[in-house]
Each structure stands twice: as C-alpha cells, then as structure tokens.
Design a protein around this ligand. Sequence first.
Ligand code: MOS
Length: 721
Amino acid sequence: MTARVDAPLKVTGQARYGADHWFPDMTYGYLVLSTIAHGRIEAMDVTSAKNAPGVIAVYTPFDPLVLHKPSTFLGETWVPLQDREVAYYGQPIGVVIAETFEQARDAAMLVDATYEVLPAVTSMSEGMATAEDPPPSRFGSQSALELLADGVASIEDAIAASPVVVEATYSTAPQNHAAMEPHSAIATWENGVLTVYSGNQASNLQADELAGALAVDGDRVRAVNPFVGGAFGGKGRTSAPAFLAAAASRALGRPVKAALTREQVFTATAGRASTVQKLTLGADKNGILIAVRHDSWCSTAMDRSFVEPTGQGTSGQYYTTPNLSLSQKIVPLNLPPTTFMRAPGEAPGSFALESAMDELAVALDVDPIELRLRNASTAPIGKDLQWSSKHLDECFRIGADRFGWSERTPGGRTDGDWLVGMGTASALFPAGRFPASVELTLRADGTAVVSTSGADPGTGLLTVLAQVSGESLDIATDRVTPRLGHSTYPAGGFSAGSTGTASAGTAVMVAAAQVIDDLLGLATAPGAPFEGVEASYEGGAVVGGGRTMPFGELLHALGRESLTATGTSAPGEEVTKHSFGSFGAQFCEVRVHRWTREARVTRMLGVFDAGRIINEKTARGQIAGGMIWGVSAALHEALEFEESGRLANGDFAGYLVPVNADIPNVDVEFVHHPDTLHNALGAKGVGEVGIVGMAAAVANAVYNATGIRVRHIPITIEDLL
Ligand code: MOS
C-alpha cells in the first residue's frame, strides 16, 4: 500500500497551509461579527478602532470594500459588507486591518454597531409553521417526486392498502464542518495580479470566484493551496476572509492576512442544515415495500441559498417500491447559512430512512438485513437506468459474517452492567465525475510530474494522482511528482461529491496515452534513435529494434529537458446508459450502561462497494472518517442556538465531536469490483458514502440494546433514562 506522499511534510510541519505563508510588509485583518440575529445596522462607530495602535483601516458597510457576488456553477456566493442587513448572529459586518494580529483583534473589539432590531426566527420548531417550497434552481430544490403504480390514485391510498405500516418523524441537528484548518486567507497583489493562499476544494473555482467578486479578469487571479486542512464541503465556496483579504490588499497595496478564530468559524462560515423528516413505509407481510412516503423539511439561511435534499438522496434510490412520494419544504431561519456538508442530503436523510427500515423490521419481526435485501433496488426509482454495478448484497453478506450478526437477538443482550445491541444500515452515495484536465510531463531525469488545479483536503488525491500516473506510464509511483492546488494548473475537477479520483484519474490516463504517443513520435522521427523502427512503450522505456531506452535517456538523446501533454476527461455517454453509486453495509455495536445510561460504540464495521480502490490506505481513511462522523452525528454533535440566535457552543469544549476514547477500532472492508462502465479507471467514490447510514446504525443498535427508539440525533443520556 502506497503511503501518502504528503505525509512526511504534514507530520514534520513542512506542509504550508494558507495561513502559514508570510510576506514582508504583511498586514492582518480581524473580522467583526454581528451581535443580533435579524435587523439593520443603523450606525457603526469606528472612531476608537481607527485610533487604536497599529490600525491601518476599518471597513464596514458604511465604508465598504466593494465586492460583487460571484456566480459559478455553484450559483451565487455571498460577499460581506455590501449592505446593512443582518440575517444572523455572527455574520461578518466589518474587518479591521492592522500591523499585527493582536492590534487588529483589539481594535475590532472597539467597533460599536447599533442596530434596528427586527423579529428573528431562530428555531426549527418555530419556523416549521411557515415552511415554504424551495426556490427553483438551487442545489437540492428538485426534491419533490410522486410515482404511483397503475390504478393507484394517491400515495395515501397506497399506504392505506398496505398490510403493515410504519410512520414516524425524525429530526437531525445542525452541524458545522469544523475542519481542523480554520478558514483563512493571505492575499497579495503584484503588478495587478492577485495571489490568494486560502483553503479550497478547487483552486480554479476559487480563482473564478475571486475574479468575479473583484471584477478583474480571471487571468489576473491566482488561487494557491497545495495543502488544505479539511474541507468536507465547507471550503467549496470562497470564504469571507478570502474575499476581504483580497479586496483589502488591493485597497491598501500591502499583503493582507485574515484568519477566522475557531469561534468565528462556527458562524462566519456555512454549516449543515437541521432537518425534520416524516417517513411512512407501507409493506406486505413479507416486508416487500408497497409505498414509501418521505416528507422533508430543512432549515436554510434567510437567503434560501441551499436546500438539504434528504428525500431525493435516500428514498428515491435505496429500495424498490411501486409507490413513492417525496416532498421537500424549507424553513428559512435567522441562523448562519447552510451548505454542502459531507453527503449532503444522504447523511441526515439516511438517518430517517434507515431508522424507519429498522422500525419496519421490528414491526414485521424480520431480520433488518433480510428486509433490506428483499427490497434492493436495481435502479434509482423513476429512472430507467440500472446501476452500473451494485454489490450491496455482498457487502451485507461479508459484513454479517465478519461482525457476528447471527449472534444478534431482537432484544439485545447484557454484559454485566451494560446493555449491548447491534445495529445495521445501508449506505449509498451517487458516483459522479466533474470535467478535469491534467498535465503530465516526462523529464529527462527519468521522473514525471502530474499537475492539476484540484485540491487534496486530506482525501489522498495527491497520492492517488501519483499512483495513477505511475501506473499509466508504467513506472514506479515514487518517480512521479504530483502537484495540486494552483489555479494556473489545468482545471482539474472539484474535490466534492466524491468525484476527485474518478475525475482526475481518468484525465491522467488520457494525458499518459498522449504523452506516450508523442514520445514514440519523437523517438521514431528522422534522425532520432528509433528512426525506421517499429517502436513501442513499456516499463517507462521505448523499445524496438532490439533496443530499450528509458524515456529519460531518450529525452537526453533528443536534447530535450521534458515532454508535456495535457489530458481531459469529462462525463459522457455513460450517463445515458447507467446510474452510478457507491454502496455500503454499516454495522455497529453499542453498549448502554444500565445505570448511567451512557451510550458507547464498541465495535464498528463498514463493508463498501466503491469500484476500484486505488489506494486502500487513503480510501480506508476516507471511509473510517465518514463512519466516525456518523457516530459523532448520532451521539455527540449539534450546534446549539440560544433564542437570541447566538450560538451557545461555538468551540471545541461545547461543540462535541468524538475523541479517541469514543471510537473503537474502525473496521473497513472493500469488495473489489472495478466499475469501468462509470469511467476507464473503474473507481467510484469513497469521500462521502462512509458517513451515510452510520447514525441510523447507531440508533438502531441503541434500540436493540435498550428497546428505546430515539428518533432524533444526537442521542443523549436524557433520551435513554
Ligand atoms: Mo463535499 S459535501 O461534496 O464538498
């Protein structure tokens, strides 16, 4: 197994993240955040702040840095300071620039905003009363769907005609990505060219957003970030510090560094929506689904910019049913905005669906795995396109065997003072690709370089690029230098939607075929070493006429330092032929203490069908991280807002995520079925599927251990008293 190529740099502190850069004459920005949930800023007194030691400038909506909302394929991205409206507590409303970070922070505390306060809606329960239809053309907006079998008049009729019906309402808590690296940026302008060092999921996308925001040509903006300390969807869009640093640097003619504090990250960046989901499952006596109804509500920011599509992702894809009804409402709240977070839609959606399936298994007295297999889908509902490959049954079979599922009893078991239960759930995440280009260079020293603008936010993409390049060039991986995170490299996809490997990997294959072709052309040209010879390429060398010349030696002989080709790959005809997804079977064992009622996960196993696994080490890391996050969602993690809209737990003391003691060994297993119907490389995706279903598996295990069905997450001690 190839180790991460960037691991030594990261563990020795040599990897430089955005905020680790330094420039002479650099200034420091500190953001000022709103202290009301809804209203209008009437005035901002910045006199003391401006007079404070070291302060260079104070920007507010009354004296703003002009920024335009950039528009990309993600839609419009919000930019700070352009109006006086406050839509949530903790919204960026100003930035102080000073000679040192401490001076900027001190001065920011002296900025005094006065507000016209307006009524705010800050809780899901309050907002539900005025839920709305999602606005069109937003991610997740197209989530209403009704499909009825011939002769069935309504979903209600289909449910009424079902011999067994399970109906329940589930809810999930809002979350923040809370990536290890807080959002930050350093911006410099040189000869009219802006360079920004800021964590992102695709540097070309960030450069596009910055160019749009600053109204400059794209070729005058460079986004640089070879290392990203976690993203999970939270660095898909450009952050407020990056916009402000870029604009302030232009205004001041000096480099500007702006970094959010940990507390600021929780409100000045977007997080995961709260959801409420009502599930109704109708089945026959054998557990074959007759009707599925999934009504969803999700919180949104007041700008209604993002819809968390909990029904579309789950009920429409997991199981076959002749009657399906999905609805989606949004609940705009005066809380920080919502956005993509690892498995958007699927992560909270699978908690509801996979809990309901467990409830159905209990109602029918059928084994939960058996129930899932009986209803396995061969295609997403409402689509004629079958899954290109789906080995979920194999995942369950292997998982059940390895986990000792046959020892599970419907009432759990006890071990001393511990009530012990097992739970399971299905996982699914659609497999897709973004268009991607990569540049591959063969060098006369016998090494190769592969470059693309995409990002490795910890996913392992850098390592996978080196591996796929090595494989495609038929040379050892360590002879390839992979480069990511620079917007001047060919536009290389987007580290989102679990698409990184499939997108960039296929482009590498195209580039390799091209550079090999070009090499053979040079090798056999008049006057070249293989002139007039039938030459081929193998093992990193040109072979023919009884001669073998490694490409480095050949380039030397040709008097060249290097040879470069670019390869591009994008989704094509395959999307008209099949549906694509990664699948998994989640298992966990939970112990609930008889007296203290604490719940502890003691064993976890996930078995996944994600196509070809290029690097088992990095893929395992992705899946294990997702599974751990699922446990976090189930037992720990929630943003807690006060009625005022102020976040009560904006730090790692109060925003609970599991620590080592909360997580047992995470057992991850892959079934290996390369999916070349999806792309030439055969890889599907591992970034998101690992979190899907895990929270339900935990809740189902809690039920198995205690007989208590908790229909919201996180599950706390109070729920189990
Ligand atoms: Mo990820 S939530 O697709 O950036």
